[in-house]
Design a protein around this ligand. Sequence first.
Ligand SMILES: [Zn+2]
Length: 456
Amino acid sequence: MQANSQHLQQTEVSPPLLNYQNVLSPRKSDPRIQSPLFLADIGQLLTLQSASRKPDPRRGSDLKELGIIENAAVLCLAGKIVSVGTTKDALRDPWLKKNRKKVTEIDCADKVVLPGFVDSHTHPVFISPRLLDFEKHIEGASYEEIAAAGGGIRSSLDDVRKARKRVLAEKILAALRDMAAHGTTTVEAKSGYGLTVESEMKSLEAIRDAAKQWPGTVISTLLGAHVVPKEFQGCSQKYVEIVCKEMIPQAAKRKLAQFVDVFCEKGAFTAAETEQIFEAAKRHGLSVRAHMGQLSETRLQPFLRFDPASLDHMDHVNEDDIAELAKHDTVTTLVPGANYFLGLKEYPNARKLIDAGVPVALATDYNPGTSPTLSMPMAMSLACTHMKMSPAEAIAASTINGAWALRVADHKGSIEPGKDADLAIFSVKDYREIPYWFGANLCSMTVVSGSLAHPR
Ligand SMILES: [Zn+2]
């Protein structure tokens, strides 16, 4: 653990450039403008600032750089982080001295404060847990056998197709709130359990409606290409045409999604179909990401020209592709919750990826079939115990590299002046306790855009 004797840093927006008068008299109509928030006496502040300050996803040994400050303080104003440093330096700040009474102060002694988690891979648009699948897994059926018997992704379709948008939005919002309670402040949310134009658009609208009621940040993804629905079995090309010519144009035109995702796998979509869908996404100005290498290896070269923000799962990756990925900013997002829930002995080879210089992120893959967890600390714990990532690497993969995987690293994923004031406060003295106490939620408070989103 390194102690960082960084001095109080102030942004370009600190006094006098920032108009404090406006901040201290918030307009009632804008709930995001809150009174200033001062976190003081923080036992360990994990800033995730990188010494190299390269505007790049974290790779190799940089992944374990947490930028720790002890006895630290963070000042947040108007939803942004304004200053970061030691409490001693913060208390000498003339602006703080003058305005201390107007500031909400939180004593963070014996606590760890870190950037709010960025969960860059979730499927929250579903109605019911898949309990029959759960039992079948326990009895020994494989993922493919359950899917072939009508379980798996297809079994969630009926519920979502029939559901009213309001009901879906309520389910999503409940999940988002639970995520915030576990320290997550930015979430990528995918559609993908409707698989008709109408129900995919309804799913994306439900994500939008839930996001409006949640203070955190939601990035939405169209996953119309999750699996080929039953009615297109044997003529998947017809379904791909619908994804490319109807779903993607509508989602783009109505600004319902920022990304297009494809499940590229045997039994789902081929590499050629994935390329076709990526081409359509790019034509309509949407960025791409994919489920890749979960059950079998797919060569990555044809996809890298689309500059995917992230390739996820990646249990099976070709050696030559690992070397290629190390040269790109495409993040490899590992989701060990799926391996855990499916009772797999093998996990993605995080060590090999990290040591080769591939930028790695962690996410929950929250979904009803293969990873019903929304806890990033649980994903981190699995990364440590089953993928041999160090606690420090797991934290960086869950914050700054998650932000890279969603292309929001310019304002999320680290605690530095000018970035969004999204923070998680854990009731532990040492950051290593976060993945250590697995299955427990030790997040005591979440700050989103400078406001307390989830005080416990
Ligand atoms: Zn997934």
